[in-house]
Unconditional design. Structure first.
Length: 247
């Protein structure tokens, strides 16, 4: 059976935090939610909660670091729909904070595998389904830490977080998104950060041990905004919940 009526979205890393909250909010709009989760058990529990809340949700076991898992995810989604309206590349890895002088390529590899190569794997694999949609959108979940303007501002907390892996991976993701947007004008590719850059606030998630000042709902404002943009909406932009973020 193909889905020809409801808007459909695949969310990677959708079993908790920002991904789960984005799924909940978009489910409330009546969208079909393909809930990507690396851990099938946690994903099943999360999908159950969404379904109990009235969402039309399909669990998609999905490890963005695995070509085989991504291919399996495409086959599963294709059983339910002949097109994908929105892809939210949310799955991310913080890595460990290693001082630049001590950091090795190995310290960066795992973070890049999730934060950079993961979105490329998933986007490439789902391009045919996205291109079959009328108004396809791709949302990359990045960070203010991936902005050169933010990291070089001494008033921003991230400027004092001396590490290589996470910030550089998100900077790479930002560039990748812009290049996709330029090369594929039929799909809207945009970048969201869950924080408030101007106010130096972060969303409370597992990644920061829930120390952020913004709620997870506030953290998904930018994600949901980009996921729901219309045909005349922008492509190749970087925003937080307050507006544009400098690259």
């Amino acid at each position: 059976m193909t889905n020809t009526e409801q808007t459909s979205v695949l969310i990677t890393g959708g079993n908790k935090g920002l991904g789960f909250e984005a799924a909940r909010r978009l489910g409330e709009l009546g969208w079909t939610i393909f809930l990507g989760s690396r851990d099938e058990g946690r994903g099943r529990a999360a999908a159950g909660k969404l379904a109990d809340g009235g969402a039309n949700v399909i669990l998609v076991p999905l490890d963005v670091t695995s070509e085989e898992s991504v291919a399996d995810a495409v086959r599963l989604v294709s059983k339910h729909t002949d097109r994908l309206d929105v892809l939210i590349n949310n799955a991310g890895a913080p890595g460990t904070i290693v001082a630049p002088a001590e950091a090795t390529a190995g310290d960066l590899h795992a973070v890049y595998d999730t934060n950079v190569y993961g979105p490329i794997r998933v986007t490439h694999a789902f391009l045919p389904l996205l291109q079959a949609a009328d108004q396809p959108r791709v949302v990359m979940v990045s960070s203010g830490g991936g902005s050169f303007a933010v990291v070089t501002d001494p008033d921003q907390p991230v400027s004092k977080m001396h590490e290589l892996a996470y910030s550089s991976s998100k900077a790479a993701l930002n560039m990748i998104t812009v290049r996709y947007a330029q090369a594929l004008p039929g799909i809207k590719f945009n970048v969201a950060t869950p924080g408030e850059v101007a106010n130096r606030k972060f969303a409370a998630t597992d990644m920061n041990h829930h120390t952020g000042e913004l709620t997870v709902t506030e953290g998904t404002d930018s994600i949901v905004r980009l996921a729901t943009i219309g045909a005349d909406g922008p492509t190749g932009i970087f925003i937080d919940r307050l507006g544009p973020v400098a690259w």
